[in-house]
Design a protein around this ligand. Structure first.
Ligand code: HEM
Length: 543
């Protein structure tokens, strides 16, 4: 229902010309400019009243849907949503607002949001009519600069083509050959952490046995996506000041300014926001330059290798180049996507696993026992790990799944109705924003039972539970979504995550630096403890 401001402006100019020509008595101060300004202001005001109050309250087909209490007349639920961690209010509403599968809430100026709460609604949007619900254009333009317009942001037939082409690189048949890389990098991380706490003068660490786990996690996962995904070791683990790692950390840190700009992006054209002389704009454009040039160099050197017949690796980039389906610029966009989508997410999972291990020392010891009993020692550099070694550890699998259920690294994602459509037979106007919230679905009592919010790895143990956690519907676990736009890197991520957890828990006893820490979650694309997670680690000899 939004009317473009430029239409109102044009309209005001034409009306002003008309009034000044044929009815000058009605003009403002006999001036074309003042008349146009007055007409424009009046139209903006009328349009605002229409779109903020009249349409959503009296006419929108969404107005009859169940809605959480506490909406203000103009700001809707904006204050509740913006004050809490991403996904937290939705986690509460899914329990407290009676609904048949969808809930409506409103954002700033009563812009409607439709939250999906049932497997049936999720199936319609994510699977059966997936391409009718596209990624919102503000997501494409906002994220596209950093992530590249690759598979994550492509739509329709173009998305289908890219997904088909890239799928072989992500199939389990291929991923199973990457386990030794996951293990080698996990070992490298654990050895470097060990060294850091023994030599407390390493820059970036506190002079004690305390480490900020997010820092290690993002360096390790960047290296892993580099080697296993793109055939290039970035050596971020070896170098705490690695430029690429620092760059990603700076752009993915959800500062108040970043949040404010994201919010403004809903109302102010992005080209204006990006032209503002702000430090954040400079940081992002420097980051994009570095990421793009890294990706360009990777494409060039991989192509040269392949031309010389020097192919030794089966990484995602090689598969993409050999498919012949992508231009050089497309390849750069895909690489940008894999680098960003493929490392911050798994890093967030490792942070949450560490946090939960600290809160549940009994789970930590039981897991350590399983790992030490079944896997070769982390100190054994010649030990080779296969997919069977990692995948056949039931408690490790249970802890990893339960961590990703309780703290899904991606708390929320968005879609937009591409046309007037329906969800569960409720009319949904074109342009409506649809909220898919793993954070809420993964802890819904309707789907998981009364103990839904508790961390209980045992729900994944026992016959038939290893893949379901005991839930009846596979839509109950939404961490990687479902359907044609689910995470293509799911098998990669699960194996990588399990290797990292096994190495860390096998080697270290961990506790929170501050046992009274109050969890403050910083939202953004991935959820993390704000300001980092500081953990005391103690190497346990004998493995
Ligand atoms: C624990 C780790 C991970 C989590 C929780 C995760 C989660 C997700 C989610 C929720 C989406 C869907 C986003 C949306 O459509 O709105 C997604 C898409 C995607 N993920 Fe992951 N991801 C993880 C790791 C990875 C890794 C390691 C890679 C690459 C190696 C990867 C590559 C991608 C790509 C390319 C897409 C876009 C797929 C498409 O649109 O067809 N992800 N991921």
């Amino acid at each position: 229902m939004a009317v473009q401001k430029r239409v109102l402006l044009l309209d005001s100019i034409l009306l002003s010309l008309f009034v000044n020509q044929y009815a000058p008595a009605y003009s403002v101060c006999h001036s074309f400019y003042w008349t146009a300004t007055a007409l424009f202001s009046a139209q903006v005001l009328l349009h605002a009243i229409w779109s903020i109050i009249i349409y959503p309250k009296l006419l929108s087909p969404l107005r009859h849907l169940p809605t959480p209490p506490g909406a203000s007349l103009i700001l809707g639920h904006f204050l509740t949503v913006s004050k809490a961690a991403t996904g937290e209010p939705q986690r509460e509403w899914i329990e407290t607002v009676p609904n048949d599968g969808i809930i409506k809430y409103s954002f700033l100026f009563n812009d409607d949001r439709v939250l999906l709460t049932s497997p049936k609604a999720l199936a319609e949007v994510l699977v059966h009519r997936n391409y009718e619900f596209i990624k919102p254009s503000r997501m494409r333009t906002g994220l596209g600069r950093v992530l590249g317009i690759g598979i994550l942001l492509a739509e329709g037939d173009e998305h289908k083509r890219q997904r088909r082409t890239l799928m072989p690189a992500f199939s389990f048949r291929h991923v199973k050959d990457l386990y030794p890389i996951f293990w080698d990098k996990s070992r490298e991380m654990v050895e470097a952490m060990d060294e850091a706490v023994r030599k407390p003068d390493i820059p970036g660490e506190k002079p004690s046995s305390v480490v900020e786990i997010g820092n290690w996690a993002s360096r390790a996962t960047l290296d892993i996506i580099g080697v296993a995904g793109l055939g290039q070791d970035f050596h971020a683990l070896a170098d705490p000041n690695n430029e690429l790692n620092q760059t990603y950390r700076s752009i993915f840190t959800n500062t108040p300014l970043a949040r404010a700009m994201q919010l403004l992006g809903n109302f102010v054209p992005l080209w204006i926001l990006r032209a503002l002389p702000l430090k954040r704009n400079q940081e992002i454009s420097d980051a994009i330059k570095l990421i793009k040039s890294t990706c360009r160099n990777l494409v060039q050197s991989k192509k040269q290798k392949l031309e010389k017949g020097e192919r030794t690796d089966v990484d995602i980039l090689s598969v993409a180049i050999e498919s012949g389906g992508f231009s050089d610029e497309d390849l750069v966009n895909q690489l940008m996507t894999f680098l960003a989508a493929g490392h911050e997410t798994t890093a967030s999972a490792l942070i949450w696993a560490t946090y939960l291990m600290c809160l549940h020392p009994e789970v930590q010891s039981r897991l350590r026992q399983e790992i030490r009993g079944a896997l070769p020692s982390i100190s054994d550099r010649n030990a080779k790990i296969s997919s069977t070694d990692i995948d056949h550890l039931p408690y490790l699998n249970a802890v990893c799944n339960e961590t990703m259920r309780v703290f899904s690294p991606v708390p929320i994602t968005l879609r937009e109705a591409a046309e007037d459509t329906t969800i569960l037979d409720h009319p949904i106007p074109k342009g409506t924003t649809i909220i898919i919230c793993p954070w809420a679905i993964n802890s819904s009592k309707t789907l998981w039972g009364e103990d839904a919010k508790e961390f209980n790895p045992d729900r994944w143990m026992g016959p038939g539970r290893a893949n379901t956690g005991g839930a009846d519907s596979n839509y109950s676990f939404l961490t990687f979504l479902h359907g044609p736009r689910s995470c293509i890197g799911k098998d990669f991520a699960k194996a990588e995550f399990a290797s990292l957890v096994a190495a860390v828990v096998g080697r270290f006893e961990m506790e929170l630096e501050d046992p009274n820490m109050i969890l403050d979650i910083s939202g953004g694309i991935t959820a993390k403890p704000r300001g980092g997670l500081f953990v005391k680690i103690k190497p346990i000899e004998g493995w």
